[in-house]
Design a protein around this ligand. Structure first.
Ligand SMILES: NC(=O)C1=CN([C@@H]2O[C@H](COP(=O)(O)OP(=O)(O)OC[C@H]3O[C@@H](n4cnc5c(N)ncnc54)[C@H](OP(=O)(O)O)[C@@H]3O)[C@@H](O)[C@H]2O)C=CC1
Ligand SMILES: CC(C)CCC[C@@H](C)[C@H]1CC=C2C3=C(CC[C@@]21C)[C@@]1(C)CC[C@H](O)C(C)(C)[C@@H]1CC3
Length: 401
């Protein structure tokens, strides 16, 4: 896996962008639509990408918003993180509006997707090499438990160090929420502008996809503090998998629906629109409520909003929620996320598989993630986890899975 995935996944990103641009947009077409060299490379792309990352590094360092502490580390300390991602999103939005006023050709992002993705992949490889090498200077307690097998390829892929930093600048936290996630909605907006250039106005389908995904990204940044209790920040090392996921996979594959709509306009019925908005609303509600409930409970179990929920004690001293959202299924947040993922694909119609790539990939990712978390929790909580599983037998979908 550690050898094949770093080759296979970058090629998948490029392949998906190429298929999306081809008139058929068929995943299984033969021969596959291969790009020419000049489609892959554009000298503006590295400037745009590095400029974008530098802008977000600058915004990250601005003394805006509050400073929050992460969970307790193995050496008993807590790291400090700036909570100013939402400010960065708003400033990025304002800059985008300025560019629009100066008639910048934002629709050109459609043509630039391939060279930009090539550069993002190159940056991911280089940053992962830096992270791997610099981890040898980190003290043992700063290493991730899963990324220190001694096998260089595996450790490069999974990530040796848990919270690599340059001074106070936390590389994992920065990459997880800023350049890639905000880059995703900027690409979406570029697709909308390309539609305006081609057809005079944005379609309803394009506006739905843009609004749903903007809500998701804005929510992540508004609730930025909650990311400090997710598996990626708490357990996972920062290696190729996460670097590439954050910087290349998220912006260039999560924006496929908007890119698809540029070449494949859709007409939506009022009923279809209402159903899609409702589905996204329900998904978002479940996702937000369950994530906030767990985050609140982990940070302050005596808070009035969670203090009356039923819990079970574990040998570690931490308690597990067995009522509320976490009494419905063992991963209610995944359920909400999956419903939203489906709602993002529906505006693209049913003629192609490509816009459903995200739902399919995401289902596989969350099933794998759930199994990984289950192993973690079983090892950590032992009997208490068994009791929780008996009390809440379904993992993600009530009565089904
Ligand atoms: N859009 C995307 O590409 C992706 C989105 N996501 C989303 O990110 C969010 C975070 O997901 P993720 O980090 O995987 O996992 P979770 O936020 O679900 O965290 C799992 C952890 O929660 C704690 N926990 C589990 N059950 C309970 C319980 N009953 N009571 C109290 N605490 C419990 C355990 O940690 P402990 O006990 O140690 O606190 C467990 O390890 C999700 O909403 C997910 O959908 C995730 C991946 C990709
Ligand atoms: C390259 C692989 C196939 C997949 C790599 C996985 C990564 C893309 C995801 C791992 C966990 C993520 C999270 C989010 C984005 C995707 C990655 C990086 C997240 C920031 C999306 C917004 C949510 O609100 C969140 C809860 C903050 C997410 C946290 C996990």
């Amino acid at each position: 896996g550690a050898v094949c995935i770093p080759i296979f996944l970058p090629l998948t990103v490029l392949f998906l962008i190429c298929v999306n641009r081809s008139p058929d947009a068929a995943l299984l077409q033969w021969p596959p639509p291969l790009p020419s060299l000049d489609q892959l490379w554009n000298p503006t792309a590295p400037l745009l990408l590095l400029g974008w990352i530098a802008l977000h590094a600058f915004l990250y360092l601005l003394p805006l918003g509050k400073i929050s502490e992460g969970l307790v580390l193995r050496d008993g300390t807590r790291l400090k993180y700036p909570i100013n991602g939402f400010h960065s999103l708003c400033i990025s939005g304002a800059l985008l509006m300025l560019l629009l006023m100066f008639k910048a050709p934002l629709g050109h992002l459609f043509e630039m997707m391939l060279p930009l993705a090539v550069c993002a992949i190159a940056v991911s490889f280089m940053l992962s090499v830096y992270l791997y090498l610099s981890s040898f200077w980190a003290p043992p307690h700063a290493l991730a438990l899963g990324g220190n097998t001694g096998n260089p390829l595996y450790d490069y892929f999974i990530g040796r160090e848990l919270n690599p930093r340059i001074g106070h600048f936390d590389l994992k936290y920065f990459c997880e929420l800023r350049p890639g996630l905000i880059g995703w909605v900027v690409i979406n907006f570029g697709m909308l502008m390309q539609e305006v250039e081609l057809r005079g106005s944005p379609s309803l389908a394009m506006m739905l996809v843009n609004s749903f995904q903007l809500l998701y990204v804005a929510d992540a940044l508004w609730n930025e503090e909650a990311v400090l209790t997710t598996m990626d920040i708490v357990h996972d090392g920062f290696g190729f998998m996460l670097v590439f996921g954050d910087l290349a996979w998220v912006p260039f594959t999560y924006s496929l629906q908007a890119a698809f709509l540029v070449g494949h306009p859709q007409t939506l019925s009022p009923m279809g629109v209402a159903a899609t908005i409702t589905l996204n609303g329900i998904g978002y509600y479940i996702f937000r409520k369950s994530n906030s409930q767990k985050n609140q409970f982990r940070r302050s179990p005596t808070h009035p909003s969670v203090s009356r929920l039923e819990t079970i004690a574990t040998a570690t001293g931490k308690r597990l929620l067995v009522s509320g959202w976490w009494g419905l299924v063992r991963h209610p947040n995944y359920l909400g996320d999956l419903l939203m993922a489906l709602a993002w694909s529906l505006p693209c119609g049913f003629s192609h598989l490509l816009p459903y790539f995200y739902v399919i990939y995401f289902t596989v990712l969350l099933i794998h993630r759930e199994a990984r978390d289950e192993r973690h929790c079983r090892a950590k909580y032992g009997l208490a986890w068994e009791t929780y599983c008996r009390r809440v037998p379904y993992r993600i979908i009530p009565y089904i899975y």
